[in-house]
Design a protein around this ligand. Structure first.
Ligand code: PLP
Length: 414
């Protein structure tokens, strides 16, 4: 039984390099975070060896007594965290969770109403390249051209015209509060199911810093690895356990095989962390940091979509400084800042070029970055974007990034 380093030094060395990359770069990808050591320990445990098709205490395999206790704990903690009557923690990812919901509620050819990908929606919300767009008739809403926020009059009009069977709210690049109650009244008017995909904002919802969809939506899906700071994975919640039973079947055997019980254990650990009072302070700091990042970039005359943020996302509209997302992404990556190019609403550029740069504050807030640190992050980004051809400024920006990484260390345990 050799250690990884002894048995496969190539993989061990690449993991060690990845650790160093995470420690020495500023992680601003809005969908990423750094899990705790406890979460990673659960993920890297003997639970990876176990098959456990079925649900706790109703398995198709023997030897599940400890697995059952762990999965039951994860389900109970998830329900407590979000105030849900029912939860399934087996979805391998956010995309799998959404697919299971479609399988439970829809038939091929049914109509879905969801946010356009280029306005902040997700691929699984009806993009033509995803099964959701191939098998269903997808109608898309976008944001209001003036406010760059959701316009409920427009969504209501589309809902009455197309009579969708499912309406989806919850996004990948929307920096503003989502008013689930408004979606609920539209869904009721046209007798549609309402799904909230809170993949991005789950941690803010769990701590009460964003309104909860549970009182209003039939089903809620989420990832567990973004603001919720758990392992990479997905989850489905509902306020009604009758619907829950259909959803359970849609996960297994509908669309998945054996659950990843090592990931489910890590989800249980992360949910326990999120139930602690410190997690609310952390989530509040994520929002304060995003507001500072946005404020400072605006002070540097860089346009921010919707002129600010209510959550962890800050979406730069680069047209204000004559850059594309592709160029800006490579400029910041040259100074060890990791972010991603992203479309902005009504983007004239293709999804490969884009006019936006999406930033998020969850990961660096885990490193204890505060508002002062985020003001410096904004200045470093602005200095780099305004001086694409100046190598002296580029070198200085890299040094400033290195200083921040040193002041706010990551994973100092060994
Ligand atoms: N839903 C939304 C709103 C997302 O932003 C994402 C991921 O970015 C997903 C679903 C898909 O999650 P996963 O990558 O775990 O499949």
């Amino acid at each position: 039984n050799l250690s990884l380093e002894m048995s496969d030094p190539i993989v061990a060395s690449l993991i060690s390099k990845e650790l160093e990359r995470q420690q020495t770069h500023l992680e601003l990808i809005a969908s990423e975070n750094f899990t705790s050591r406890a979460v990673m320990e659960a993920q890297g445990s003997v639970l990876t060896n176990k098959y456990a098709e079925g649900l706790p205490y109703k398995r198709y395999y023997g030897g599940c007594q400890y697995i059952d206790a762990i999965e039951e704990l994860a389900i109970e903690r998830a329900k407590r965290l979000f105030g849900a009557a029912w939860a399934n923690v087996q979805s391998h990812s956010g995309a799998q969770a959404n697919f299971a919901v479609f399988l439970a509620l829809l038939n091929p050819g049914d109509t879905i109403l969801a946010m356009d990908l280029s306005h902040g929606g997700h691929l699984t919300h009806g993009s033509p390249v995803n099964v959701s767009g191939k098998w269903f008739n997808c109608i898309h809403y976008g944001v209001d051209p003036k406010t760059e926020e959701i316009n409920f009059d427009y969504i209501r009009e589309l809902a009455h015209k197309h009579r969708p069977k499912l309406i989806i709210c919850g996004y990948s690049a929307y920096p503003r509060t989502i008013h689930f109650s408004h979606f609920k009244s539209i869904a009721d008017e046209v007798d549609a199911y309402l799904l909230a995909d809170i993949a991005h904002i789950a941690g803010l919802v769990a701590t009460g810093l964003h309104p909860s969809p549970l009182p209003y939506c039939d089903v809620v899906t989420t990832t567990t690895h973004k603001t919720l700071r758990g392992p990479r994975g997905g989850m489905i919640l509902a306020r009604d356990s009758e619907l829950g039973k259909r959803l359970d079947k849609a996960v297994f055997p509908g669309s998945q095989g054996g659950p990843l019980e090592h990931i489910i254990a890590a989800k249980a650990v992360a949910f326990c962390e999120a139930l602690q009072p410190e997690f609310k302070d952390y989530s509040q700091q994520i929002i304060s940091n995003a507001k500072m990042l946005s404020k400072r970039l605006i002070e540097r005359n860089i346009k921010i979509v919707s002129n600010g943020t209510d959550n962890h996302i800050v979406l730069i509209d680069l047209r204000s400084i004559n850059l594309t997302g592709k160029v800006a992404d490579s400029l910041v990556s040259g100074i060890n800042i990791t972010a991603n190019k992203n479309t902005v609403p009504f983007d004239p550029e293709s999804p490969f070029i884009t006019s936006g740069l999406r930033l998020g504050t969850a990961a660096l807030t885990t490193r204890q970055f505060n508002e002062a640190a985020f003001s410096e992050v904004a200045d470093i980004i602005a200095d780099r974007l305004y001086n694409p051809d100046n190598d002296t400024i580029k070198d200085k920006c890299r040094e400033r990034v290195a200083e921040l990484c040193k002041s706010y260390p990551l994973y100092s345990f060994k």
